[in-house]
Ligand binder design. Sequence first.
Ligand SMILES: Cc1cc2nc3c(=O)[nH]c(=O)nc-3n(C[C@H](O)[C@H](O)[C@H](O)COP(=O)(O)O)c2cc1C
Length: 127
Amino acid sequence: MNARPTVKSATTAAALHPILAERWSPRGFDAGHELTTGQITALLEAPRWAPSANNSQPWRFAVTQRGTDAFKAILSSLTPRNQAWAHAASALIVVAAETVKSDGCPSRWALVRHRAGGSAPHCAGRA
Ligand SMILES: Cc1cc2nc3c(=O)[nH]c(=O)nc-3n(C[C@H](O)[C@H](O)[C@H](O)COP(=O)(O)O)c2cc1C
């Protein structure tokens, strides 16, 4: 692994909260690093508390850890460009939305508007 800095801060026109200013999209990972169960739980706690319409909480997270068949299956579903960096990640997390409500009716907005779509940024902010 090279020694690039893991903390970077955007040069902004106005002050931003560090959670926003220091957010960036990493594509280089330490292929030897492993997340503990506690770290994964901590990572998912923020999106678990994201707001959702009618408090329906339609998000579902499938966590796969490197070295497992589930991880390989998720990796193989990515584009080659994304596989090039994702293979070394400690975990790949699939964010899914429950698109049918408990009464059997379709939940037309499950993927957007403060539902599953809103929970993913909470997860990224936590990471
Ligand atoms: C909806 C969305 C889809 C994205 N898809 C990919 C992707 O498939 N592969 C990837 O490497 N980055 C992806 N990105 C990350 C963007 O390339 C990245 O946010 C952009 O280059 C700005 O860099 P930064 O996030 O480090 O500020 C995606 C970002 C968003 C918001």
